[in-house]
Design a protein around this ligand. Sequence first.
Ligand code: SF4
Length: 165
Amino acid sequence: MTHSATLISYLHLCHRKLWLHARHIRMEHNSDTVAEGKLIGETTYQRRAQKWKELNLGHSKIDHYDPQTNTIREVKKSTKLEHAHVAQVQYYLYLLEKRGIQGATGLIEYPKQRKTREVVLDEVSRREVVGWIAEVERITQLSNCPDLVKKSYCRSCSFYDFCFV
Ligand code: SF4
């Protein structure tokens, strides 16, 4: 199995990033964004931490799962990459279904924007997830790194120097 939540997210951001990550190629990312993202996760929601359990699904780990309400939660800094966040949560819901946990709901929280988005897995998104998994597997098996396609996201990407310098 080559898919994971990270690879599914990268599929929605950049195929080149997906391919590099799948080959365990990493670049240090010292930007404040990473630190800030961690901070949001560790402090803003500290008081509500107790009901959320960590759920390990092998290749993917869900940081926040509430077994009582069958809800998973993702906390994100910015809505800029919302489509990738939704894909990640749909993928989690799919993994839960595969393990017999039906009908879970996903919540994506954006504390800075005071916004919460609900995500469910319906017939259409379930089919999409299956397609994404196949696409991740196809891209990771390419023998060459996918061509560089510049996007606005590149400036925040840890591979920026690798791609542009
Ligand atoms: S810098 Fe841009 S092109 Fe390079 S891996 Fe990151 S997102 Fe992809």
